[in-house]
Design a protein around this ligand. Structure first.
Ligand SMILES: O=P(O)(O)OC[C@H]1O[C@H](OP(=O)(O)OP(=O)(O)O)[C@H](O)[C@@H]1O
Ligand code: HPA
Ligand SMILES: [Mg+2]
Length: 166
């Protein structure tokens, strides 16, 4: 039975930060595709990879965008990763020239499933935890394994008590 990792720290990412970090990811990927440096298509790993994939596709002028739907978590509890929907394999082929984008890699279980589907794809994430960062060819920011990343689509502005007083 899988024991959830102890997430002692929280890393809260705003929309602005996510946008900056996804643009930094695009910058690292620019011109790094096979042959002439171009990428054939972007595949977003839903759902968390969709916003970063859109930003990367926009920056790199990639118009062919598909999705692979993988589910492995219910809130912070991990189960077996399963593919709920595949991309168009006529376009993807073995993955050569395909840029697969996700928001983060944690244990790497999601990417293992994706990699088996597209062995030659280039996998990139915005954030990476040390346990499985080698499963990703390109990422922007590393956070410790005991950090839970909170993405802007899971957050809302709210009042907080000042450190002192009520
Ligand atoms: O490296 P792993 O341990 O597999 O974890 C990383 C994956 O977990 C989250 O997705 P989740 O399954 O929660 O679905 P979501 O993207 O729809 O929120 C996250 O978006 C990554 O895809
Ligand atoms: O740190 C995380 N944040 C959000 N979703 C996740 N899925 C696996 N790890 C994480
Ligand atoms: Mg996900």
């Amino acid at each position: 039975m899988y024991e959830p990792l102890p997430h002692e720290k929280g890393f809260h990412v705003s929309w602005d930060q996510l946008h900056r970090d996804a643009r930094a990811l695009a910058w690292r990927l620019d011109g790094k595709g096979p042959d002439d440096g171009a990428w054939r298509a972007v595949v977003a790993i839903t759902r968390g990879g969709m916003a970063p994939a859109m930003i990367v596709a926009r920056e790199l002028d990639i118009r062919t965008v598909d999705t692979i739907s993988v589910k492995s978590y219910d809130h912070q509890t991990q189960g077996a990763a399963q593919i709920l929907k595949s991309p168009d394999m006529d376009i993807i082929g073995d993955g050569t020239g395909i840029l697969v984008i996700d928001d983060l890699v944690d244990t790497g279980r999601t990417l293992d499933v994706v990699r088996a589907h597209m062995p030659k794809a280039h996998i990139a994430t915005v954030y990476a935890k040390p346990m499985a960062k080698e499963r990703v060819q390109t990422f922007v920011t590393e956070v410790s394994q005991d950090t839970w990343i909170f993405f802007p689509w899971d957050l809302a502005l709210q009042y907080v008590q000042p450190y002192r007083g009520k």
